[in-house]
Design a protein around this ligand. Sequence first.
Ligand SMILES: [Zn+2]
Length: 300
Amino acid sequence: MTQPSFWTLDGLYLNQPGIIAVYAIPHDYGIALIDCGPGSTRTQILRALDARGLAPHQITDVLLTHIHLDHAGAAGWWAQQGARVHVHPVGAPHLLNPEKLLASALRIYGDDMERLWGAFLPVPREQLIEQTDNAALSIGGQEFLALHTPGHAEHHIAYLWNGICFSGDVGGVRVGGLKHTRLPTPPPEFHLEKWRASVARLRAANFKFIAPAHFGLYDDPATQLDQLARNLDALETWLQAEMPNAPTTETFRADFAALFETLARADGYTRAQTAVFEAAAGSAMSADGVYRYWKKYRAA
Ligand SMILES: [Zn+2]
């Protein structure tokens, strides 16, 4: 099967290629974007559109997989240009009123917030469209299907289009065109069992290609989903051994990083190759998400 035509726009996040993608799908009267990247990559995304002869006013719709800053940060700006923004109902209040989301991000990133993520503007209510599980969207003759796929974030949606799954973060992080897939497990909503169920859901959807936001299109979705399932199992086994020792946060983060390094090395990766994953899914933040999950759901 040849792949249907769309564009992969590289936001060159922090001047690194291949970290944050925005997918642009042409339709009868414009372009739909799958995720839009953070405010800090907006200039580069505009450049990438321009290089393909596309203008900002042609963007009619932004389909957000979820509202994390690296996927949704620029959505309000696109709304200002006239685009509709699609999101799961649980994510919608944070787009209408991003203050709480930004306050918690500020606690994590502090003075680095602007450099890392740029502006996050609100989306006006009249341009916000809520998408729930199994919703079918038709935009200018292009058909999309929304799959509610929690685990990475409670409100996560994967979009199916023409045999491609735009998997946001629930399909894992797979960078450098390589095989290894990493679990991005940031706080506050990482949930192991829900993610496992979402992997099963994606498997049953039976698409031909998978396109994670981090990064690019791959023609072996079954391999990627197998890796995700295996990594979820490995993470659970590791947690069951680690947590009875009551590790400090520092120890937990270090041991967690070692686990992810081991999983990548098992797939034949060099240390340099695994380093690129740090930019796309930092292991300290992923460790914190897993720690929180354990305390909340498993520690009893
Ligand atoms: Zn995310």
